[in-house]
Design a protein around this ligand. Structure first.
Ligand SMILES: [Zn+2]
Length: 221
């Protein structure tokens, strides 16, 4: 690896040339506008590259990523992304995507101290705490993945309760919130059926998706 990271610039030039060859005018068309249909809220993990795993091009996916795909009501960063995506870009879908074997969720599950991030991961520990009675009965080998799914559900619900999404629904704008998980082991997305298209659907979808998670994981006798 060079100190100037010239290999990344080489990669970039090759990628830009190949993209332009495949689709002449690709970049100049994107100059004037972006019209993504989707907002992706995912984990910062390098193994979960948003655009690549759904095979979407630049301009097609608006992306926000942080450790363990957390949506906190007071996080101006995430809220600003959601607000711009909904009010200005008019995305129709907001997708919260967790992933199996998530390091942040694993730390939260095991109460590991990792540093400053402990404070951020406290939000995932809150999810663990909220569901502790059920989680304690889940086979320890799959507890992390169970918490990954519960975390997606809770964060998707947090998206639903933001003023931005509530106001959008209130004025009749189409915004559908989804909760998915990505399998690091097979590269496949799974829909947790936390699909919410209006304020009245939030708790119904949440309860149905939660029942689905409970059914999928083996609870020890
Ligand atoms: Zn992760």
């Amino acid at each position: 690896m060079s100190t100037q990271l010239t290999e990344l610039f080489d990669n970039n030039r090759r990628w830009a040339e190949e993209t332009e060859t495949r689709e002449p005018g690709f970049f100049t068309r994107l100059l004037s506008q972006q019209t993504p249909q989707y907002l992706w809220i995912g984990c910062a993990d390098s193994r979960v590259p948003a655009n690549e795993l759904v095979d979407l091009l630049p301009g097609e996916l608006f992306v926000h990523r942080n450790v363990a795909n957390v949506v906190v009501h007071s996080d101006l960063n995430a809220l600003s992304v959601i607000q711009y995506a909904v009010d200005s870009l008019k995305v129709q879908h907001i997708i919260v995507v967790g992933h199996s074997n998530c390091g942040g969720v694993k730390a939260a599950m095991n109460s590991w101290r990792v540093g400053l991030a402990d404070n951020w991961l406290r939000h995932v520990q809150d999810v663990r705490h909220q569901h502790r009675a059920w989680l304690n009965q889940v086979d320890s080998a799959v507890q992390v993945d169970a918490l990954v799914e519960l975390n997606v559900l809770e964060q998707a619900r947090n998206v639903c309760t933001t003023t931005v999404v509530q106001d959008a629904w209130g004025r009749g704008q189409t915004v559908v919130v989804h909760g998915w998980v990505y399998g690091l082991h097979n590269g496949l997305l799974q829909d947790l059926s936390m699909t919410v298209a209006g304020a009245a659907d939030v708790e119904v979808a949440y309860e149905a998706a939660l029942a689905g998670i409970h059914a999928r994981y083996t609870v020890m006798a």
